[in-house]
Design a protein around this ligand. Structure first.
Ligand SMILES: [Zn+2]
Length: 227
């Protein structure tokens, strides 16, 4: 089993090890980067580094650039006018700088787009990167996203949130991956902090929506080949 998008916590890594999971840990600051290096001595997982839209006005691109250059994946990066009030001009600027760098370095990009799906599209078309869309939860633009996005990680609200369920329904099974987004996101979406049962639930839910078995781990292996 895999968790294609998570954030560090002791709670999560206990089970991560126990169930021999594979996955991508998303890092959003230099401080967090150093914390994750300690976990990497003990556990095996992939890492992604990026300036999150929520931090676009507080983290300097130049300061993060050396870390972005070292990263396997660049992300989560994007645009968000729903869960933060960071100036969208600043968000756009930081987002584009990172997309450009990813393009130069040929690194896959993990996207966090919320409420600005339309505004992000021209940039995604301008920079032809390998894109992983994390927890897409917009009722619009899914067809346009399908054209530029290589993989969609499906959040724990699948089956409950109509827009997330729609992604599972409409997008080809070969492009679907499982994600928790970390323990606090699980708690936010489901009211419980159960890590492994949540991943299993997403797998079962998506397979029920599709009406067939899906080899999600094969999809994840394909993505890793691009990194
Ligand atoms: Zn995340």
């Amino acid at each position: 089993m895999h968790d294609a998008h998570f954030h560090i916590s002791d709670e999560l890594f206990k089970d991560f090890q126990l169930y021999s999971l594979k996955g991508i840990c998303n890092i959003s600051s230099i401080e967090e980067y150093h914390k994750v290096q300690n976990y990497l001595k003990q556990y095996s997982f992939c890492t992604s580094i990026g300036i999150h839209p929520w931090k676009a006005d507080s983290i300097d691109f130049k300061e993060m650039e050396p870390y972005l250059r070292k990263a396997q994946f660049i992300g989560e990066i994007g645009l968000d006018n729903t869960w933060c009030d960071v100036d969208t001009k600043i968000q756009m600027d930081v987002f584009e700088k990172q997309l450009k760098l990813a393009n130069q370095l040929k690194k896959p990009v993990i996207l966090h787009i919320k409420g600005m799906e339309k505004e992000a599209l021209p940039l995604l078309k301008k920079y032809e990167n390998c894109y992983v869309s994390h927890w897409y939860s917009c009722m619009d633009h899914l067809e346009e996203y399908d054209e530029v996005i290589d993989y969609f990680t499906i959040g724990p609200s699948v089956g409950k949130d109509e827009a997330v369920t729609r992604v599972a329904k409409k997008i080809d099974a070969s492009k679907l991956l499982i994600e928790s987004d970390g323990i606090s996101a699980i708690e936010w979406a489901t009211g419980s902090k159960e890590y492994i049962p949540t991943l299993f639930h997403s797998i079962q839910m998506i397979q029920a929506i599709k009406g067939k078995e899906i080899d999600f781990d094969l999809n994840f292996e394909q993505l890793l080949k691009r990194a």
